[in-house]
Design a protein around this ligand. Sequence first.
Ligand SMILES: [Zn+2]
Length: 229
Amino acid sequence: MDTLPKKDELLLRLRDFHSDYFPLHQQRFEDSVAHRQHPKTLFIGCSDSRLVPYLLIGSAPGELFLVRNVGAFVPPYDGSHGLHGTIAAIEFGALSLKVERIIICGHSHCDAIMTAYDGAPEEAVALRSWLKLVDEALLPMQPGAEVLRRTEQRAVVLQLERLMDYPFVRRSVEAGLLSLHDWHHVIDDGEVHVFDSKDGTFVSASLASHSGTGPYQPYVEHDGRLNVE
Ligand SMILES: [Zn+2]
């Protein structure tokens, strides 16, 4: 302890976790080891540092199976057997853990969406390729605040559509074994807007009657003003 470097904040935080947080949840951690994990929720979220899934839905250790990537994107299901980390996580969650719900959570002020408009650095070849996954949601106009918000919401709907192309996801949804939740989290007001596939609209959680998308239907831009076509 005496040799602790004064500026090693991470080490201090690790010690705080062990001394303060872990004892509060020790039994839960031990149970999850003894009986394996049984999360009911697969959470697909953007890697953004301001999106904190455990805070957002008040989850404890063992409750969320997380996959996070730049933009909260879902790659097309192509069965190519490539090194697709996100696809593998979706398969693990849905087929091995048999989660009962999948949340796709995008958010406001998303740098991934902004970068999709502005362009990533030349050297970031994987990122440039990855951002193509949101191309279909981009709007042919200057990316001001309103356009960015609309794009963020269109992006999570696009990922939902892709997710429904995963055969095992569609099968489970249609069998009523799996529910889908498409969310847009507004970082600076704390509100989450829930996509309702029946109406093709996002409804704030404070007004929404449910947290899920409802019976799946193809998305139709509801106000017509910002259609890409
Ligand atoms: Zn983001």
